[in-house]
Ligand binder design. Structure first.
Ligand SMILES: Nc1nc2c(ncn2[C@@H]2O[C@H](COP(=O)(O)OP(=O)(O)OP(=O)(O)O)[C@@H](O)[C@H]2O)c(=O)[nH]1
Ligand SMILES: [Mg+2]
Length: 438
């Protein structure tokens, strides 16, 4: 798995912190020391590491934990925020059909592989990707990209033997007649020599690509920052794609150095295969490292839902009414798929699948049925016996079996809620995330 070491280090520090009986100065310092050690071993710049640990320490002591968070949870939240801060802003690269994307980078950084990965990724996003091999330096460049294009079924243009990259690019555009989205693979040389920069500058100036992306090998660690700065002089680098993060122990250094240089990392290569390619989102990334479920995704989703503390209290104490179920269905509509949301929660796996997979349509039916119930029935569903079932079915235009199905679902949910009652965590999480509609 990508970033195993970094992840293991951070999670070990967090586990130790969570196990501490008291969170005093000593515990906090030890926790921070562990975080420092982990970041330094991932090649994050020493100054950055010290700045980050100072921030965690100061905020950890100064800030009053918000809401229901305890001290150690607050420290984890602060660590999360500081790490995200270290890795940049996390904007998405805006790409449009018809654009030309030039890939640049030093030799072996992964340009050709990345060209294919990016084309494949964008194709899956619905773009008409095309590839052009404009590397006239490496003898086998044409064959390499052609083969990759064939594998992923992407139209390709190249001209083996042709020495003028600009000519090839022009012919490629002519062949594709400006249709689709074109990704151009360019030459790479050993180091940041003048010739490479001159060639890249020439291509950049003549082609005027809408996007220029720098492909950087993450195994060079924090030196990625220098490379980004050097390329920025030769062409207007819009962003960075970091490669080989799968095997790199120095990925943390490369990522943070790019952020410091102001070169946003948009994608990461995490293997040799065409699918080993991911969008880089600092918040999501750090959530994964810290391992607190997908914290960020959950926060985003729960943002739209207003928190109702009273209802959270009721749920965990087992007083779960049909009214609560109704509210939850309403909330779920706002939040999208329940199963997606539950996957993000630490205890999500404990929820039976059939409960998570309730169809949208079924929920709608349940809502209509509940609209035909009296207030008394909503608050006290145990009252609903046979004659009431018939009345409700008739009133809502639904079948009696459907009314019974709703009642069964309600009973199951109530039982489940009760079982969460001992789980102090649920209450806390619900408060923190704004009353997740289970
Ligand atoms: N493990 C791993 N290997 C990668 C990744 N990206 C590229 N590689 C490998 O790195 C090597 C170099 O990749 P290329 O795509 O040929 O690099 P390049 O920048 O085009 O090289 P030149 O054209 O010579 O400048 C190849 O063996 C790739 O398979 C990655 O994300 N993970
Ligand atoms: Mg290449």
């Amino acid at each position: 798995m990508v970033f195993d070491k970094l992840k293991d280090g951070l999670q070990a520090a967090i586990t130790t912190l969570r196990k501490a009986v008291v969170v005093d100065k000593k515990t906090v310092r030890e926790y921070i020391k562990e975080i420092q050690k982990t970041l330094l071993s991932a090649d994050v710049n020493v100054e950055l590491v010290f700045k980050l640990s100072k921030n965690i320490e100061e905020r950890g002591f100064l800030e009053k934990p918000p809401g229901v968070l305890d001290k150690s949870e607050n420290l984890i939240k602060i660590t999360y925020e500081e790490l995200v801060g270290l890795l940049g802003r996390g904007e998405k690269l805006p790409i449009q059909e018809g654009e030309r994307i030039l890939l640049v980078g030093t030799q072996g950084s992964g340009k050709t592989t990345t060209a294919a990965k990016l084309a494949n990724y964008l194709k899956k996003k619905g773009f008409n990707s095309r590839l052009i091999c404009a590397d006239t330096f490496r003898p086998a460049a044409y064959e390499q990209l052609k083969q990759l294009s064939d594998e992923i079924h992407i139209p390709f243009y190249g001209s083996p033997g042709e020495k003028d990259a600009l000519k090839i690019i022009g012919e490629g555009f002519e062949k594709f007649r400006g249709k689709g989205l074109t990704i151009i693979d360019s030459e790479g040389r050993h180091s940041l020599d003048d010739e490479l920069m001159r060639d890249i500058n020439r291509i950049y100036t003549e082609v005027k690509p809408e996007k220029t992306l720098l492909v950087l090998d993450s195994t060079i660690g924090q030196r990625a920052g220098e490379q980004a700065a050097a390329f920025k002089k030769a062409c207007n680098v819009d962003g960075v794609i970091l490669t080989k993060l799968d095997g790199s122990a120095k990925g943390g250094g490369a990522l943070s150095a790019c952020a410091t240089t102001g070169a946003p990392v948009y994608f990461m290569g995490v293997g040799e295969h065409a699918d080993d390619f991911e969008e880089f989102d600092p918040e999501r990334f750090v959530s994964r490292l810290i391992g607190f479920g997908d914290l960020q995704g959950l926060l985003e989703k729960a943002k739209e839902v207003e928190f109702d503390e009273e209802s959270a209290e009721r749920l965990v104490s087992g007083k779960f009414t049909l009214e609560d179920l109704y509210q939850q269905i309403e909330q779920m509509k706002k939040m999208g798929s329940l199963s997606k949301l539950m996957e993000m929660l630490p205890f999500g796996s404990k929820i039976p699948r059939d409960m998570m997979d309730l169809q949208e349509e079924k929920l709608q039916t349940f809502r209509i049925i509940m609209d035909s119930m009296t207030e008394e029935e909503m608050q006290n569903p145990e009252l609903i016996k046979r004659s009431r079932v018939e009345r409700i079915a008739h009133g809502s235009g639904k079948k009696t079996e459907e009314v019974r199905e709703l009642l069964n679902h309600y009973k199951k949910m109530k039982k489940m809620m009760k079982s969460f009652g001992d789980e102090r965590k649920l209450k806390k999480l619900m408060k923190r995330f704004g009353g997740v509609g289970i």
